[in-house]
Design a binder for this molecule. Structure first.
Ligand SMILES: Nc1ncnc2c1ncn2[C@@H]1O[C@H](COP(=O)(O)OP(=O)(O)O)[C@@H](O)[C@H]1O
Ligand SMILES: [Mg+2]
Length: 584
């Protein structure tokens, strides 16, 4: 999967846009790098008088200033090195920060479908590992291109100044080195992108094991997980090793080629030293400059590896940034809708080649009314209610809120009118109070939070906690019981006070006793709100204005509790089944 030049330059341009705000710092960096290169070459220049004047001619004058010159040069070297490193580090961290910011922002607006189709491990490793990779490689590339190239130019200058003849000898090897670089570099990018993939796999497996640690323990999954992890880990190590190997090979080849050049120089200079004007100082200075060439040349041969790694990383990030966000082309904003909900011939499937999960579904719910949705698991209940806040868009048909298609609302406005308590409660690793006020932090008072906590029976268990409402709930609320989590979720919905309410098995984690008590809170919550309630315990939906029974994404029965019982259909048999269950 190699990229065309146009695509590559696109990647560069986008990266450059991230670095552009730091152009001032960049100029300082360039000056520091140039100074650093000049100082290095100056040091080699100094070797000539050091040898010729101090050691051969015993010139006292030179002997006196020579030590000071070294001190000055090394101070300059340190200062320039610091300036170069710090300014590039500054830019690098800045680029990392804004790249992370953009990717994170994208995660906030990507559609539900994106997260259905992507595992979290690789996504996490993008925002952690790949972002670092981009900045690291960009910084390296810039350093090499500017500082090392200048060092090479200056070193060549010193060599030419010392002896043009000897310089010619060295010139022969340079094209050979360039050739070896080209041959080796092709493999670099391939390894780099594989390494990034394998980091994603490592993260994925680790994340699953951390989250599912109890399942792993009780089902004895250690062997299996270790196996999976080892594979990803092994792959990562292998690809890294290949990269390191080809890098090291590049270094070795450069050095060997260079050895021939040095040998030739030593041979010619030695032979001609009697007859020519090559003084010891000239030779030492020339050799010094030549050795100075080696490091930057070596880094230059590796620059492609670094560059390719950066491109692979940047490319994967830009792919995420280019993912289409949730469609939000609606313009209608309503602070508070009345809450008339209508599904008209709605059809929905999770994928183009997958069967319809919701099929020709029509339902009208007047404002303030409660409709209960029941049906076997997998019949499409959760899918149906997720279409209302537009987690997914319908394939055909229309869903209207107050007579306006949900697509025509501005997304935030639409969702602002809908409250949701879902099957799996999501709590954030924060205090109970902040979890209750989630999304409305700062805009609701302590008293309001307490009132919601009271109504949702959150206070019942909070009273026994030493830190009360300030108790931290742990990742996803692991420090609470399932029922406690659901009560917080119900409190959160109470606090949001939206005209449309969706309860998707909101009380499934509660025991019958707590459910009965919380039902009180829910009844209050449902007052004057349009409510779609999905309940697995049919006893809790008896009082709904209407009950619809779903099967295979369609409505198969509809009516009040007593009507449906009298009909003796699917509802009656589901009810009968539960009734006998509970009687046992
Ligand atoms: N995110 C998803 N991607 C693909 N298929 C899904 C997804 N969520 C649910 N399904 C499928 O859609 C069908 C209906 O699921 P769901 O609406 O959750 O049913 P219910 O809530 O009635 O138990 C099931 O067959 C399920 O496998
Ligand atoms: Mg469900």
């Amino acid at each position: 999967m190699s990229k065309t030049n146009a695509e590559l330059s696109d990647v560069y341009k986008r990266l450059l846009r991230y670095a552009l705000p730091y152009w001032g710092v960049f100029i300082i960096g360039i000056i520091a790098m140039a100074a650093s290169a000049a100082v290095e070459a100056g040091l080699m220049l100094l070797l000539k008088p050091l040898t010729d004047e101090t050691f051969v001619a015993h010139n006292e004058n030179v002997t006196r200033w020579m030590p000071w010159a070294f001190i000055a040069i090394f101070i300059a070297r340190g200062a320039a090195g610091f300036g170069a490193e710090f300014s590039l580090g500054w830019i690098g961290r800045g680029v990392i920060k804004s790249l992370r910011h953009d990717v994170f922002k994208k995660f906030l607006v990507l559609p539900a479908r994106f997260f259905d189709n992507h595992s979290s491990g690789p996504l996490l490793s993008k925002i952690t590992y790949n972002v670092e990779m981009v900045a690291e490689s960009a910084t390296n590339v810039v350093t090499v291109v500017i500082r090392d190239l200048l060092t090479i130019v200056f070193a060549l200058g010193v060599m030419l100044y010392n002896s043009v003849r000897l310089s010619m000898l060295v010139a022969v090897v340079v094209p050979l080195i360039a050739l070896s670089v080209r041959v080796l570099s092709r493999t670099f990018r391939r390894y780099s992108s594989r390494i990034q993939d394998s980091v994603g796999e490592v993260t994925q497996v680790t994340e699953e094991v951390i989250q599912g640690s109890r399942v792993v323990k009780v089902f004895g999954g250690q062997e299996y997980e270790l196996q999976r992890f080892s594979e990803a880990n092994e792959k990562n190590a292998k690809q890294n090793l290949k990269l390191v190997g080809s890098k090291a090979l590049g270094v070795a080849v450069t050095q060997i080629l260079f050895a021939f050049a040095i040998a030739a120089v030593v041979y010619v200079a030695g032979k001609e030293s009697v007859s020519s004007n090559v003084t010891p100082g000239t030779f030492v200075s020339f050799l010094g400059a030549m050795i100075l060439l080696l490091q930057p040349l070596r880094r230059l041969t590796n620059i492609n590896a670094t560059l390719q790694r950066g491109i692979a990383a940047a490319d994967s990030l830009f792919k995420i940034l280019d993912e289409p966000a949730e469609k939000n082309s609606g313009t209608i904003c309503k602070d508070r809708v009345a809450g008339n909900v209508e599904f008209k011939n709605v059809r929905f499937a999770y994928g183009e080649n997958k069967g319809a999960v919701i099929d020709d579904f029509s339902l009208k719910v007047d404002q303030g009314k409660t409709v209960a949705i029941v049906g076997r698991s997998g019949s499409g209940k959760s899918t149906l209610v997720s279409l209302l806040p537009r987690f997914y868009d319908v394939e055909s048909g229309v869903i209207e809120l107050d007579g306006v298609a949900v697509q025509d609302y501005e997304l935030a406005s639409l969702r602002g009118n809908i409250s949701l308590v879902s099957q799996d409660v999501v709590l954030f690793n924060d205090t109970i109070a902040n979890n209750l006020a989630y999304g409305r932090l700062g805009s609701c008072s302590r008293a309001e939070i307490l009132r919601a906590a009271e109504a949702a029976y959150v206070l019942d268990f909070v009273r026994d906690l030493p830190e009360g409402m300030e108790t931290i709930v742990g990742d996803r609320g692991v420090l609470l019981s399932g029922g406690q989590r659901q009560r917080i979720a119900i409190g959160r919905a109470l606090l949001k006070d939206a005209p449309v309410l969706i309860l998707d098995e909101a009380t499934s984690a509660l025991d019958t006793e707590s459910e009965r008590r919380i039902q009180q809170a829910l009844n209050e919550l449902m007052q004057n709100r349009t409510t779609l309630v999905i309940a697995h315990r049919l006893s809790t939906v008896e009082k709904a204005d209407r009950i619809i029974v779903m099967d295979g994404g369609r409505i198969v029965e509809s009516g009040t509790h007593s009507e449906l019982l009298a009909r003796g259909g699917l509802y009656a048999s589901l009810y009968q089944m539960q009734f006998s269950d509970e009687a046992v």
